[in-house]
Design a binder for this molecule. Structure first.
Ligand SMILES: *[C@@H]1O[C@H](CO)[C@@H](O)[C@H](O)[C@H]1NC(C)=O
Ligand SMILES: *[C@@H]1O[C@H](CO)[C@@H](O)[C@H](O)[C@H]1NC(C)=O
Ligand SMILES: *[C@@H]1O[C@H](CO)[C@@H](O)[C@H](O)[C@H]1NC(C)=O
Ligand SMILES: *[C@@H]1O[C@H](CO)[C@@H](O)[C@H](O)[C@H]1NC(C)=O
Ligand SMILES: *[C@@H]1O[C@H](CO)[C@@H](O)[C@H](O)[C@H]1NC(C)=O
Ligand SMILES: *[C@@H]1O[C@H](CO)[C@@H](O)[C@H](O)[C@H]1NC(C)=O
Length: 402
């Protein structure tokens, strides 16, 4: 019922937009109806850095009851690092094509103020039954970190793909547990030189108040230990938005100009200083090393990053969207009327523009408009979207028509 109404509203508003577009151009457009990724040629995000992206990925941890189970913590450091994954979900194609569960430890690391051995264990990454009083899902994904007598057991998952270059990543998540840990979602491009690290972070410090989140474009300090103030923001989440102990959609938009962070669709931070430029991984973790940043966790206590779903639209250097469509067989693909895919590949054109923001079903895109193969010729136009359409899009994201 609610869905029906929302879609109705969307139809009306979008038809005004379409009218606007159609007045001055022959572009054919469609209402934003639910579709699937095989039919989308690109994705347009909303927000202050509204951008086009080539690829969409959605990982849903809400209905994985057959994989649910909380594995007891492994008390020995060595066994912890070498533990197997906790369920078959983590050997499924969906998971292994996207994430890689880490098992490194900090024994050879030089983070000077670390006071505790930290071991990332696959045993700390698991599917858990939703035990909330009013559960909004069957299950979620947990990343656990716990202090044991001799070490801190921790968790980290890294994207298999190393070449994200600009993205909008969102997760429905919360952090619960004891002080002395960090839970994080970030883009990462490592380097031996601290100054060359490129990284946009969302970090929850469990020792901090529940309504503060730290957002950073690293590095936020120098080799000499000096702080780089404008690289980082300690943000107080505005009243009315959920604090980090409650379920909220946390969103990080890494764009060429700046990184923008949102909580439940409200912009909470923007940093244009040191915006990462080069291809990066996506990483999530829950950890502590007894140092100043993470704090010291009391023995036997724990903290958890819990995630119901994770959604990304992105461009990647190692993945040309047009090539990918061909590799996948290309059946059922919308093509230009001339059927000339090579042109798409060369000019990066996008005829079918989708959205993950305007959807009524999380994880499923909607079609914003479909240019139906109309070629923009003669104008030297090599961008994805004709400028008039971009105008319409701006109208859409700035709310003129809503
Ligand atoms: C994006 O669109 C969705 C759906 O209309 C809305 O809930 C959200 O607040 C928007 N976000 C921004 C940043 O405009
Ligand atoms: C993603 O790639 C497309 C095609 O090259 C480009 O038009 C778009 O601007 C890129 N997005 C960002 C955020 O750079
Ligand atoms: C852990 O493994 C290392 C080698 O991998 C070994 O040197 C060390 O003795 C082991 N520690 C324990 C407590 O078993
Ligand atoms: C830590 O990692 C090193 C390899 O980098 C390995 O040799 C060692 O056994 C690991 N220690 C633990 C406790 O997992
Ligand atoms: C962030 O600000 C809060 C107060 O608003 C403070 O309690 C907390 O320690 C600060 N966190 C950091 C990392 O500076
Ligand atoms: C954390 O605890 C260890 C002892 O377990 C201690 O050596 C260290 O100074 C503590 N660190 C902080 C930041 O309090």
């Amino acid at each position: 019922m609610e869905t029906h109404q929302r879609r109705g509203r969307t139809h009306t508003s979008l038809s005004s937009l379409i009218t606007l577009i159609t007045i001055a151009s022959p572009l054919a457009s469609a209402a934003p109806s639910l579709t699937d990724d095989s039919k989308c040629e690109c994705y347009l995000t909303n927000g202050t850095q509204a951008s086009f992206f080539a690829t969409h990925r959605f990982l849903d941890f809400r209905n994985l009851a057959k994989h649910a189970g909380v594995p007891p913590t492994i008390a020995k450091p060595n066994d912890s690092g070498s533990a197997p994954v906790t369920s078959e979900y983590f050997t499924s194609k969906e998971w292994t094509e996207t994430f890689w569960v880490q098992s490194w430890n900090n024994s050879h690391q030089t983070r000077e103020d670390a006071t505790v051995l930290m071991v990332n264990s696959p045993n700390n990454v698991y599917i858990e039954a939703n035990g909330d009083r009013n559960p909004s899902s069957q299950t979620w994904l947990t990343l656990r970190t716990q202090r044991l007598k001799d070490f801190q057991t921790a968790s980290e998952i890294e994207s298999v793909a190393p070449g994200f270059q600009y993205l909008s990543v969102r997760m429905l998540a919360r952090t619960v547990g004891s002080p002395g840990a960090i839970t994080a979602l970030f883009t990462y491009r490592g380097s031996d030189r601290l100054a060359d690290v490129q990284e946009s972070d969302l970090e929850v410090r469990t020792m901090d108040p529940r309504n503060t989140i730290q957002y950073t474009n690293q590095p936020s300090y120098t080799e000499d230990g000096d702080e780089i103030d404008h690289a980082t923001k300690n943000v107080t989440i505005p009243q009315g938005l959920p604090d980090w102990t409650h379920w909220a959609v946390h969103r990080l938009d890494w764009t060429p100009k700046e990184t923008v962070w949102y909580v439940d669709g409200t912009e909470v931070a923007t940093i244009s200083f040191q915006t990462p430029r080069d291809p990066s991984k996506v990483i999530l973790n829950a950890w502590s090393d007894g140092g100043e940043w993470s704090g010291n966790m009391t023995v036997n206590e724990a903290a958890y990053l819990q995630i119901q779903w994770l959604e990304i639209v992105y461009n990647a250097t190692d993945e040309n969207p047009a090539k990918k469509r061909k590799r996948n067989g290309g059946t059922g693909m919308l093509r230009g009327r001339d059927g000339d895919d090579d042109d798409d590949e060369k000019d990066g054109s996008c005829d079918v523009v989708c959205s993950i923001d305007e959807t009524t079903e999380r994880g499923k895109p909607v079609t914003l408009w479909n240019n139906g193969g109309v070629r923009m010729v003669g104008g030297g136009l090599i961008t994805w979207i004709p400028s008039l359409t971009v105008l319409g899009m701006l109208a859409l994201s700035s709310g003129w028509l809503w």
